[in-house]
Design a protein around this ligand. Sequence first.
Ligand code: PEP
Ligand code: MN
Length: 342
Amino acid sequence: MIVAMQETATEEQIDAVIEAMMEAGVDVHRTTGKMQTILAGVGPTAGLDLSKFEVLPGVLHVHRISSPYKLAGRAFRPEGTVIEFAKGTPSAVTLGGRQVHVIAGPCAIENREQIFAIAQCVKAAGAHFLRGGAFKPRSSPYSFQGLGIPGLELMREAAEAHGLLTISEVMEIAQIEPMLPYVDCFQVGARNMQNFNLLRELGQVRKPVLLKRGIAATVEELLLSSEYIMSGGNYDVIVCERGIRTYETSTRNTMDISAIPVLKKLSHLPVVGDPSHGTGRRDMVAPMARAAVAAGADAILVEIHPNADKAVSDAAQTLYLEQFEEMMAELRLIATAVGRTL
Ligand code: PEP
Ligand code: MN
């Protein structure tokens, strides 16, 4: 159930409603928007008489949530989620607002020279997020599996040298704690979108989580997975379209651009488009990045490398630094055309 409070509702009135909901046996998740407070009641609400909440002082309206995801649904935060990174520091940025962000970096952190060269380029191009895999979910066990924590140390150092934020994939619960000092945002990869134990544990963390769509997952399944994180109290979830498996073979995956406006409509969570994994082809990355921004993405995630064709992981889809700079200029034009900044 969703209880929307009146704009004029007092804290006492809000507390009284929360108490009444808890007495009825539901878990209450509160969101305080600019205009009003929304209380989502999650739990056994089927037999509840909602009219008794409707008449409580300060309540505007009460309704049942018909979608299977309660906290990820638009109704919980009608104005959209804006995630604040590095609040109060010179690297502070918000994701989910008017500004479109670009998250760029190598598929895998390889060595010091590589990640520092990339960080410099990311900064110079005006992007704010440095990505790099340290724990790599490779299709083959014989492929490079990532540098682990020493790789993250290098990325953190490179990011700090250039005032960038960091994001890296977490593959299992045991990696969360050791990764905490090095990442500003956790990434959950496509292969782990339904690793529910990992998602639940990330619900206990107070750092944003970028959740990628599974290769054969529906939009609804993606949002249900985000619900696992949010139900633990971590509302800073970003969802990512990174291409799905279809019968088409001319691209590595089929990038579902339509998922972007669908997600924006169904959910309040910021949406990222990843045209690198979405296409698997360097020459298709910029066009699909442009399409994603035009379709309303809040951020774009791309893989870049100074020696792109020699990258140890995902070389074919990795942009050269010059291509990245060019793409950034194009994305700025598109962002402006759709009323955003970059
Ligand atoms: C990645 O970002 O490098 C990655 C492994 O992505 P995905 O989980 O989308 O395949
Ligand atoms: Mn990759």
